[in-house]
Design a protein around this ligand. Sequence first.
Ligand SMILES: Cc1cc2nc3c(=O)[nH]c(=O)nc-3n(C[C@H](O)[C@H](O)[C@H](O)COP(=O)(O)OP(=O)(O)OC[C@H]3O[C@@H](n4cnc5c(N)ncnc54)[C@H](O)[C@@H]3O)c2cc1C
Length: 482
Amino acid sequence: MLLLCGTAQMADLIDILVVGAGPAGGNAALAAARHGKHVVLLDEQVKPGGQIWRAKDSSILSAPQTPEGSAGDALRAQITKAQIDHRGSTRIWQIERQSEGWDVHVLRDGQVERLTTKTLVLATGAHEFVQPIPGWTKPGVFGLAGATALFKQNLSPPGQRTIVSGTGPLVFFVASEIRRLGGTVAAVVTPNTRRDWVSKLPALARRVDLALRGALWIAHIMMNRVPIFWGCSVVSVEGVARVEGAEIQKLDANWAPKGETWSIDADSLCLGHGLIPSIEAPQLSGITISYRSDLGGWVPDIGQDGATSVEGVFLCGDGAGIRGATAAELHGTLAGLSAAEHLGARTAKERATLRPRFNRAARFGLAMTALSTPRPGFAMLTKPDTIVCRCESLTQTRISQEVEVGAASSNAVKSGLRAGMGPCGGKYCQTAIARFIALHENRPEAEIPPSAPRPPLRPVPMSALSANFDYDDLPIPKPAPL
Ligand SMILES: Cc1cc2nc3c(=O)[nH]c(=O)nc-3n(C[C@H](O)[C@H](O)[C@H](O)COP(=O)(O)OP(=O)(O)OC[C@H]3O[C@@H](n4cnc5c(N)ncnc54)[C@H](O)[C@@H]3O)c2cc1C
């Protein structure tokens, strides 16, 4: 990184740098700090809490508390009490090995900075997957998981009359939150069938508290006569300039659309189809990855308690496989303890005690992941003229032409068409492209590798990378002798 040499500031050597202040990273930082380590906790959000325990905006602090809000407040209070060096609004965009450990390049307040750490704990969570459907880029369409940020941070429903469509338990949480915030839910549409849910009863029985909470969401929706369409999906968004309704269709056992469609009026739509582990930071630090459909797709290879094959790097939470928030908390503590042990602390007993609780929580989380992950036929919801890469406005037809001439991975499509090179860094399109290739070539998704990660992991302005200079000071080489 030649340009950086002039601008990045060096800091003291940190014992343990934790990236991501969600349930996993927050608890990793607390566990390591308890063992006397100098911990720095970074996150691009202003306050700790991650996705599920996102802090309220200051304008709604007096609003009634939710279970997620209380859990987040408790984590934030513990981090403050432990005097952990938390740095919010800080984006990690590059990780490099160096002799003493790791250089982590961050962007904060428009400035780049380089932090050097002996040990890294990566807890970068997950991002949402939305299967592209006709009209999904219209104003008024929200990600299902993304909509929860709106509720938690601003207490606003997505519109006046919303269709909530998606997989797993989140669809019922979002629908019941919209009603609690005064919005109207026009319909709940989910590819899961009642039978899918019944098949998960053994896992649900392990966490009766969480199962009961989910059952209350569904009961609340049914008691208020909101129609629930099981085994169905929204297949296209209606409206000219913005959402005016959506078309719904039944799905077969492989989640391919089948039969007649029908329409429902609405001014907004929440749409989401599971979570994808955010693996770019682990990949940049040299950790190998494998395809694990039970964990949500491509995940970093990890060992016990967050250890990896790369010395001094530990992983935890949804970024290491989608196991849900309760498992992420415990995984974070285990990884924080492992990192502290790597620097001389003795944590084996504490980890052995925690491990069974983590395994139990993970079993529940994995059952929810299985309900949330789309089946292969779902890729058929994307039609030839559907926008797949919204940053570069690329349709499925354009991507399919690239595949026809030999692009066999999302990386190859990226090289040819720039799909995934826009501001979202491929979060929206890369998995959809891989699933399209798998469907098109009749190959398992496990055979379609994800894109190679490239810095910057987050957009970095050129002004932050280039040092202050005067063009007149630039050395101009002498003309070569004739
Ligand atoms: C948008 C969204 C909403 C969700 N809402 C719910 C919900 O309402 N209920 C529920 O049960 N589950 C929800 N989930 C799932 C739930 O968040 C996770 O199971 C749980 O939070 C996992 O904890 P974690 O600490 O592993 O990850 P997260 O909580 O996702 O924390 C990861 C943190 O890493 C930070 N980060 C990532 N990359 C960088 C970077 N390059 N630089 C700086 N910081 C970075 C992120 O800002 C984030 O705060 C949601 C997931 C998503 C993606």
